[in-house]
Design a protein around this ligand. Structure first.
Ligand code: 1HA
Length: 270
């Protein structure tokens, strides 16, 4: 694909081509570990992808073949979070996780090499994961003095079952791509040389589908686990669809025309 740079960033690359937005963590010297700045930049790119009507699918990936992402940059880990240039401590990857889940477009994690720690949770919360044969997955929290008891635990458990999820967290082992596939952690495993080609193929197969169907399905998949916030998102889609109907518009029109609404022509569906 002929990727076009959308905007220059320091920690990521943000490109688009043919309805696909690609966000690449670009800190290969630390296996694409993220610092607060990295997360802010991804959030900005994701927001752009959300509002761009031409974008139908987002790919999240890491620079190079060695890593997707190795989690929080331990060099800037302070005593209550990851420090930005002003010294403020953040756990802002948690906001990004929510945004990946709520952007109403499929997000595909394209994983070569390590997806570890907070980097592993990032691929987890993506809708689809395409793994290269050299991909390696795992959590390190209990080893490095951290844990993600949010989606990192609960969503992982809903994905692969509580037994496997506890094994991954309690033992901090690493798993290869085939093990990950067998657990249901990833959708497919492909040779490294074909990783992007295959990922783009998956994106294209989604791009031809109904945008609203994918949007509502994505929020429906999240709704149960997300509780009231999940219902709010799903219901927001119902409101959007209602606004798109003549019945919904009759209410607005009547208000603006200062008359009583006439809903009599609209059927009560069985
Ligand atoms: O748990 C959370 C959170 C929970 C709640 C809320 C927010 C959270 C936010 C973040 C996190 C976390 O991510 S905690 C987990 C942090 N990550 C790790 O513990 C992984 C650390 N890295 C590794 O285990 C390994 O580097 C690796 C398996 C990914 C790759 O191993 P490899 O290929 O043998 O490379 P290695 O030599 O270890 O690393 C290459 C360079 O990258 C090293 O630097 P150098 O010696 O060349 O100067 C290494 O220090 C650096 N590097 C790798 N990962 C990180 C890192 N530097 C800083 N932070 C890293 N995460």
């Amino acid at each position: 694909l002929d990727w076009q740079c959308v905007q220059e960033y320091s920690d990521i690359r943000y490109e688009k081509a043919e309805g696909i937005a690609k966000i690449t963590l670009n800190r290969p010297e630390v296996r694409n570990a993220f610092r607060p700045q990295t997360i802010s930049e991804i959030r900005a790119a994701l927001s752009d992808a959300r509002f761009d009507e031409q974008v139908g699918v987002v790919i999240l990936t890491g620079q190079g073949d060695l890593a997707f992402c190795s989690g929080g940059d331990q060099r800037v880990r302070g005593d209550s979070g990851y420090q930005d240039d002003t010294g403020t401590h953040h756990l802002n990857v948690l906001d990004l996780q929510k945004e990946i889940r709520s952007i109403p477009k499929p997000v595909i994690a394209m994983v070569a090499g390590y997806a570890i720690g907070g980097g592993h949770v990032l691929h987890l919360v993506c809708d689809i994961t395409i793994a290269a044969e050299n991909a390696r997955f795992g959590q390190t929290g209990p080893k490095v003095g951290s844990f993600d008891g949010g989606f990192g635990a609960s969503y992982m458990a809903s994905l692969i079952g509580p037994k496997k999820a506890k094994e991954i967290w309690f033992m901090c082992r690493q798993y290869d791509a085939v093990q990950a596939l067998n657990m249901g952690l990833v959708n497919t495993v492909v040779p490294l040389a074909e990783l992007e080609k295959e990922t783009v193929q998956w994106a294209r197969e989604m791009l031809v589908q109904s945008p609203i169907a994918l949007r509502v399905l994505k929020s429906a998949f999240n709704a149960g686990l997300d509780g009231q916030a999940g219902i709010q998102e799903l219901a927001g889609n119902a409101t959007m669809l209602f606004y798109m109907t003549e019945e919904g518009q009759e209410g607005r029109n009547a208000y603006l025309e200062k008359r009583q609404p006439d809903f009599s022509r609209f059927k009560r569906q069985p």
